[in-house]
Design a protein around this ligand. Structure first.
Ligand SMILES: [Fe+2]
Length: 278
């Protein structure tokens, strides 16, 4: 690691904080271990994406801090509610931002940097990037959201392939195993939009929502990694064999192909203010 990027003090805090929730309960331990592994993988992903964008060491340090802290609220969420489903517990982005502020964690960052980290952590899990985000907020938020998605795809694809790294309820949201795709979910994604979580009725609906994240991806390198790791294909194979599933796969696949061929504009290109909403 280059000088100026060191965040080992915060990494040590995070490990200590996460393990304080583990306890003796096997289920809680698994849940904490899952989120700890996810956190470090998101840090890895954000490093790869940041490198592809030639981020400065200051920008890289900020990005890695956001990744380290983005899900810190998952531990209190699970301890209190025994679930990672925000809709029936707390919004974990909000919870994470509150914990960072309460723990007074970011004391060797400037006031501006602290606000930026808190902003990105708070908004990393929301349906969309806020329209009033500043160019810098938008850039880092899109970067974090991409890194987060890349690792969530890995976790869910492993689950669909029978490798149960995550509890079933986490990956399938406790939705019924009904093998159909709801009409509204099909409609949302065919319109090129993000699936509304309120429309989720079945486990395949949630898989379709995960495929739709491709429309919310931003960095060129993220599209390259998504393609290389074949996450869309892995999810598509787990869908029921029906016309809707085939149409959905074709839709997301052709969007990915267009992005790979550079036929669509990037939404955020630099941290210095020339982001666009393309
Ligand atoms: Fe999250």
């Amino acid at each position: 690691m280059r000088p100026g990027q060191d965040i080992s003090r915060y990494t040590a805090w995070f490990r200590n904080y996460a393990s304080s929730f583990c306890g003796d309960d096997g289920q809680v331990w698994d849940a904490c271990a899952l989120k700890t592994r996810h956190t470090f993988r998101v840090m890895g992903e954000i490093g790869v994406l940041g490198k592809s964008l030639f981020l400065s060491s200051r920008e890289m340090r900020l990005a890695r801090m956001m990744a380290l802290l983005h899900d810190v609220g998952r531990f209190t969420q699970y301890a209190r509610f025994k679930t990672f489903v925000d809709a029936v517990s707390v919004d974990h982005g909000d919870e994470s931002a509150e914990i960072i502020a309460r723990e007074n964690l970011l004391d060797d960052f400037s006031e501006c940097e602290r606000r930026l980290i808190l902003y990105c952590v708070k908004w990393h899990n929301k349906k969309e990037v806020p329209a009033d985000a500043s160019p810098e907020e938008e850039f880092f938020l899109r970067l974090l959201r991409d890194a987060d998605k890349l690792d969530i795809w890995r976790v869910v694809c492993a689950h669909y392939n029978g490798k149960m790294e995550a509890p079933k309820e986490t990956v399938e949201l406790g939705l019924p195993g009904d093998r159909s795709i709801s009409q509204n979910v099909h409609k949302d994604i065919m319109a090129g939009g993000i699936v509304n979580s309120l429309d989720l009725k079945t486990a395949p609906d949630f898989m379709v929502l995960q495929m739709g994240w491709v429309f919310d991806l931003n960095i060129d390198k993220s599209f390259v990694l998504l393609n290389k790791r074949a996450y869309l294909e892995k999810i598509a194979r787990a869908l029921p064999p029906c016309r809707e599933a085939r149409e959905i796969y074709q839709k997301v696949r052709s969007y990915l192909d267009e992005r790979l061929q550079g036929k669509r504009e990037t939404k955020a290109v630099s941290a210095t203010g020339d982001a666009n909403n393309g």
